[in-house]
Design a protein around this ligand. Structure first.
Ligand SMILES: [Zn+2]
Length: 336
């Protein structure tokens, strides 16, 4: 085999530095992938899942960033060899981690004692649940946010949560797990660099946080969810099933908001062309039927919540394959 010419070329020191950051992350057990230079959006895949022709690298199923993320040194050298100067993406699910993404705000939160940081909200949550925040590896983001890295407890398969939506821990806090990514230490954006704040081991997610992040199992699920379009792959179908199940399982006090936020999240997929609006609306009406029977709300209110949620969600399209978001600050789950 001929000697690779890579070694004889002068390397861009910035690429070498970023590669070092990627290798460090991999050595710590994290699965990495390239993120666009200076940004926080994945640089892989090159095509959308719905455009996948199941050829080449995708022969056994579409390969997005979550599938392609690796700890393999040779692959890391291949990605970070010449240009571009990729940032380092951490795929949380394959890495078996949960990243608690703490934002900041200039508007004090009245319900949280005037807190302006996700860290303050998290501290208050810990106090409220008599929990502790164990020391763990963390990073500081270019916009003064914090990323706390925790190991996902065995047997749990946590997914992302987004502040303001049902299932989230609280304001200014997102969490990233399966389907989510974080931009790793050493990466840079025009605003600054991601730096290690707390060195050391990634410790296990504290019990009280694991409990808060574990969705209650739905007591009943719609028997079957037909695929609404040919484009809807198994992943979209699974999301749809979970979301519709959440509506059916919603408890008194949050039933209408659950319906709205579920419609919102599914509306994003409608906007992305992954689902059909009419079909989603029909499934949500069916899932809400039990609540209507319980007089939690009337059919008109249900239809209104569904329509508003779908409409609002469609304004923020989500494409299943890309798993990136421009709305939150330093990590991403889905978006254009
Ligand atoms: Zn593909």
């Amino acid at each position: 085999m001929p000697r690779t010419r890579r070694r004889s070329r002068r390397q861009d020191p910035e690429v070498v530095r970023l590669r070092g950051a990627a290798l460090d992350a991999a050595a710590a057990g994290l699965f990495v992938f390239p993120v666009k230079p200076g940004e926080k959006l994945p640089a892989v895949p090159r095509h959308a899942a719905r455009h996948c022709r199941q050829r080449g690298i995708c022969a056994d199923g579409h390969q997005g960033w979550e599938q392609r993320a690796t700890r393999d040194r040779a692959q890391i050298y291949a990605w970070w060899s010449g240009q571009p100067r990729f940032n380092v993406g951490i795929a949380c699910g394959p890495s078996g981690i949960v990243v608690i993404d703490l934002d900041t705000s200039t508007d004090p939160l009245p319900d949280w004692g005037g807190a302006t940081t996700g860290r303050e909200v998290l501290d208050q949550l810990a106090a409220r649940h008599s929990g502790e925040l164990t020391d763990t590896y963390s990073t500081r983001t270019p916009t003064h946010g914090e990323h706390l890295y925790y190991r996902m407890p065995a047997g749990l398969e946590l997914h992302n949560t987004t502040q303001g939506l049902s299932g989230s821990l609280g304001p200014l806090i997102d969490t990233r797990a399966w389907g989510g990514m974080a931009v790793g230490a050493g990466s840079v954006r025009p605003e600054g660099a991601y730096i290690v704040a707390e060195h050391g081991q990634i410790t296990e997610l504290p019990d009280w946080l694991a409990t808060l992040l574990t969705p209650a199992p739905p007591p009943q699920r719609p028997a079957a969810v037909a695929l609404p379009t040919r484009r809807a792959n198994a992943y979209v179908a699974a999301i749809l099933r979970d979301e519709v199940g959440q509506v059916a399982a919603a408890q008194a006090g949050s039933r209408q908001s659950t319906l709205y936020f579920t419609a919102y999240r599914l509306g994003r997929l409608v906007g992305g062309g992954e689902l059909e609006a009419d079909h989603v609306a029909a499934l949500l009406r069916e899932a809400a039927a039990g609540h209507i029977r319980d007089d939690a709300f009337g059919p008109d209110q249900a239809n209104d919540a569904i329509a508003r949620g779908l409409h609002k969600g469609a304004e923020d399209p989500r494409y299943i394959d890309e798993h990136t978001s421009t709305r939150d600050d330093d990590t991403a789950d889905a978006g254009p």
